[in-house]
Ligand binder design. Sequence first.
Ligand code: ATP
Length: 355
Amino acid sequence: MTEVNIKELLSTYDTENLTIATVCSHSSLQIFNGAKKEGFKTLGISVGEVKKFYDAFPLGKPDEFFAVDNYRDIAKYADELRQKNVIVIPHGSFVEYLGPKNFLNLQVPTFGNRHVLMWESDREKERVWLEGAGITMPKEIKDPRNIEKPVIVKYHGAKGGKGFFIAKTFAEFSKRVKHDKPYTIQEFVMGTRYYLHYFYSPIQDNAYKLTKGSLQLLSMDRRDETTIDEVQRLGSIAELEELGIHPTFVVTGNIPIVMRESLLPQVFRMGEAVVEKSLELFGGIIGPFCLETVVTEDLEFKVFEISARIVAGTNPYVAGSPYSELIQTDLSTGRRIAQEIRYGIKQNQLEEILS
Ligand code: ATP
């Protein structure tokens, strides 16, 4: 549990003069761009040298850089960051670089509910949450001897799909598995992948209404994963596996996508159920989150993962998506976060959206 007392942290803040900060990676260009559009000052936390590529993107470049020797040291600079009235926007790499424990204890106001980390990073708790919300997840195979259909083997904590592999039989599994790391075996769901980008506001009622606040769908993407997504250029997976070449699932980019409109009611029902359950379990998943899904040929959704903060899949939509354009023009997830903070300031409700 985090030992951060948000009320106390905010007590010294000049809320008319906030700075939006994040680590220079992942979705930082979009976060800085969105914050600037909403009139905030921006600060980029970077390790060592300032990253030169920001010069090429003036509208995504933070106003100021804050260099640290090591991301794990960010906590040491908490006082300094607070003096700058910093609100941290966590993204996937931010939590990864800082380490979950440091993140939970970081004494700087952070957008969203940090308690979600425990529910999202532990695959068993994640299942309790999502299945408790009535979401269908891929079946888990506890004993590899029971592998009868294609499965995907996922090592715990292996971010970005690294080391994951597909097996169709127990023999294939035994040949490839590394027993030195804990893993989960999941049914490999056949279908098409959609990564759904939601935004939940506990303080605004102007979208899809929930028991508290409301939900938006800002965009969706499909991840581009090497080598699985292009391996067929060389031959069928079966042919290649015979040669000892196995597909991998390492994310290299994100592709914009839209979904057939008739599936949208299901998309909202899933988002709603996940938020309602989160309110019950740990006070709510606040701000952006992503359900990573496969849609089967029967048009059923199977959710294999939830990401409880801004995902890099929102990056194609710096200038809005086919969905966010129907909310407001030029609305990225980064900008939506900045707007929520603006609204929180105006309504004196920052404590409801920060932790
Ligand atoms: P991240 O934390 O970056 O979301 P991760 O390392 O936790 O990634 P997953 O997102 O669970 O990994 O899986 C990586 C990729 O493997 C997915 O993007 C998807 O292409 C594929 N995948 C995962 N689970 C399944 C499944 N059950 N069926 C089919 N494909 C899957």
